[in-house]
Design a protein around this ligand. Structure first.
Ligand SMILES: Nc1ncnc2c1ncn2[C@@H]1O[C@H](COP(=O)(O)OP(=O)(O)O)[C@@H](O)[C@H]1O
Ligand SMILES: [Mg+2]
Length: 263
């Protein structure tokens, strides 16, 4: 039994306001006049086909890309302003986990508080172990990433994000490449963390079960435009044929889609 108590703590969380965001790379327009309001404390799922602009949109929120025109604000702060990262703790759980293979699980989690000299080693130990305990990972502290299963790697990546005490938590494809049970486990973790910390959680995902079960709201982006925004309940029984096809494509072996593809 762990002696460390799981006490996630977020002192303030932030919403995100995206206003008339357009992004061009050369003469290709990747994001086209995007308007979105992500409310403080909600789980917001961003869905859409590959290449539709989801990752580019995330990069604007974390300040890795700047708009060609329009604005992205995190609370009252401009996401494109480098100072914003010092004011808001934004944690991004990368799709592949992005763990450091040469570091133990413990040291992966300790990296951020050590680099930012947030506390002494005893304080870091408390913080690392309580976050590992949150995700039932106490016994994995001494392990290296190569010794972990895919699901454990995702949990470690989430625990590492929590060590930052994020005020905005972003997940890029958190359940991709996982079996359905592990996908459900990660989905439950995302919902539990939001429940316990009230942190605004933005989830880019293709996982219909995740989105329909835990999202407060969902947006679907297609070809750089927001095609629709609504509550999970509205998306469970979509009246829009494009959304219905995206969320629940009918498999038709008599009239297969690939015969209609070009290029
Ligand atoms: N730095 C870049 N320069 C040029 N084109 C880019 C760049 N980043 C992304 N793109 C293009 O923008 C489009 C959207 O990409 P992305 O946001 O990664 O899609 P996804 O929805 O799969 O995450 C793609 O056509 C991609 O090739
Ligand atoms: Mg992407």
């Amino acid at each position: 039994m762990s002696t460390f108590t799981a006490t996630p703590f977020v002192d303030k969380t932030f919403g995100v306001t995206i206003t008339n965001l357009t992004k061009r790379f050369g003469d290709v327009t990747v994001l086209k006049d995007i308007n979105l309001e992500i409310r403080p404390g909600e789980i917001f799922c961003l869905m859409g086909p590959s290449g539709s602009g989801k990752s580019v949109l995330l990069k604007h929120i974390v300040g890795l890309e700047a708009p060609t025109s329009g604005q992205v604000h995190i609370g009252e702060f401009d996401a494109a302003d480098p100072e914003t990262r010092a004011k808001v703790h934004i944690a991004l759980v990368f799709q592949a986990g992005a763990l450091f293979n040469s570091l133990s699980v413990y040291d992966n989690l300790a990296l951020y508080p050590r680099e930012h000299q947030l506390c002494n080693e005893a304080g870091i130990r408390e913080r690392v172990m309580s976050n590992l305990a949150m995700l039932s990972l106490e016994d994995a502290a001494a392990k290296f990433p190569s010794e972990l299963s895919g699901g454990m790697k995702k949990r470690v990546a989430i625990a590492r994000a929590l060590v930052m005490e994020p005020q905005l938590l972003i997940y890029d494809e958190p359940t991709s490449e996982l079996d359905p049970v592990m996908g459900a486990t990660i989905t439950e973790i995302i919902a539990t963390l939001r429940e316990q910390t009230a942190v605004t959680s933005i989830v880019v995902t293709h996982d219909r079960d995740l989105a329909l079960n835990i999202a407060d709201r969902i947006a679907i982006i297609m070809d750089g435009r927001i095609h629709a925004t609504g509550t999970a309940a509205e998306f469970r029984e979509p009246t829009d044929q494009v959304i219905a096809d995206f969320l629940s494509p009918v498999i038709d072996t008599k009239n297969p889609r690939f015969k209609k593809l070009k290029g």
